[in-house]
Ligand binder design. Structure first.
Ligand SMILES: [Zn+2]
Length: 320
């Protein structure tokens, strides 16, 4: 009897040790990023226009993936419905897909970090050689894949002291409708939002910068400064083009800034100077650099891992 339990103990401690080793080496692979982007940008989904069958399929796919990573829905269901009237006066129903990982710290779990990206696109575009589907690979299957794989990482690691909401927005292309609906809903619940991090167009690297991604609204908070400190490389930089075109106000981070008045930014590697297919039928998965994507997603994760675990809220708005 004694012998058996000793053997059992050894076996257990060996498997424990193995588990710990495996836990340390969670990396997002180029292959899994490629798989997500390729599906979301496939012709089958017909450009993921809000209110169409194609985007419903995209939403179901995102939900299934999140469930397979063991992520729970933030609301009762993953799909969180909202309605609005579009510019032509039609009533449209959209769905954000919203997942949740509760924080592990008794106190800090009351702080929330929202990590988001829009998964909708514009549907059809001007036909080129019989192709009229605007696939929206860079815009924004790439950002969606970043949110999904970051969610997968934290679900496996279970080391986030703060609580995380993973939000995939619909109807961004119809005027930032999904993020507006979710920001207002979370505000009505009075959650304590620390910061909102949004991802847009991460599929193509810059060739002419000393950083890898830029931050919209760079001057509005110390986000870039702190994140680079956490990440330990010159990862996030300032884009003149972003400032010139006020990209800060043109994506899903903006509603969170308006509702909560906390640091809310978009991270991107495309300020339209390095991509010719923006909102065109040529925005296809083949144009994406998946090695670059997995590399920056892993860097994002290492910065976020610090951000969600600091004992105080180190990222703050700059005084004007
Ligand atoms: Zn976009």
């Amino acid at each position: 009897m004694k012998k058996i339990s000793l053997l059992l103990l050894i076996a257990l401690s060996v498997s424990n040790c193995k588990a710990q080793k495996e836990e340390k080496s969670i990396t997002i692979t180029t292959e899994e990023v490629k798989e997500i982007v390729t599906y979301l940008a496939s012709d089958e989904l017909k450009g993921r226009n809000t209110g169409t069958e194609g985007i419903d399929e995209a939403a179901s796919y995102i939900q299934k993936q999140l469930q397979s990573y063991n992520i729970k829905p933030y609301f009762e269901d993953f799909k969180d419905e909202f309605k609005f009237v579009n510019r032509r006066g039609d009533s449209i129903t959209g769905y954000n897909v919203v997942g949740y990982i509760e924080g592990t710290d008794k106190k800090l779990k009351d702080d929330f970090v929202v990590i988001g990206a829009h998964y909708d696109h514009i549907g059809f575009g001007k036909a080129v050689e019989n192709d009229s589907i605007a696939n929206g690979a860079n815009d924004n299957a790439t950002g969606t894949s970043a949110v999904m794989t970051i969610a997968k990482y934290f679900a496996a690691k279970k080391n986030n002291k703060r609580s995380l909401i993973f939000a995939l927005f619909s109807a961004e292309e119809m005027g930032l409708r999904g993020s507006d609906a979710l920001a207002k809903k979370l505000k009505s619940q009075d959650i304590d939002l620390y910061t909102m991090v949004n991802f847009e167009m991460l599929g193509v690297p810059f060739k002419d910068r000393d950083y890898e991604v830029f931050l919209t609204g760079f001057d509005r908070s110390n986000f870039a400064l702190k994140f680079n400190e956490y990440q330990t490389t010159n990862f996030i930089g300032f884009s003149e083009v972003s400032k010139q075109y006020s990209l800060f106000k043109r994506s899903d981070n903006y509603a969170f800034f308006q509702e909560f008045n906390v640091p809310s930014h978009t991270i991107s590697s495309c300020d339209l100077t390095n991509f010719d297919h923006y909102h065109k039928v040529g925005d296809e998965a083949e144009e994406m650099n998946f090695e670059f994507m997995s590399s920056i997603i892993n860097k994002m994760i290492s910065g976020l891992e610090k951000l969600v675990n600091t004992s105080t809220k180190e990222i703050v708005l700059n005084e004007e």
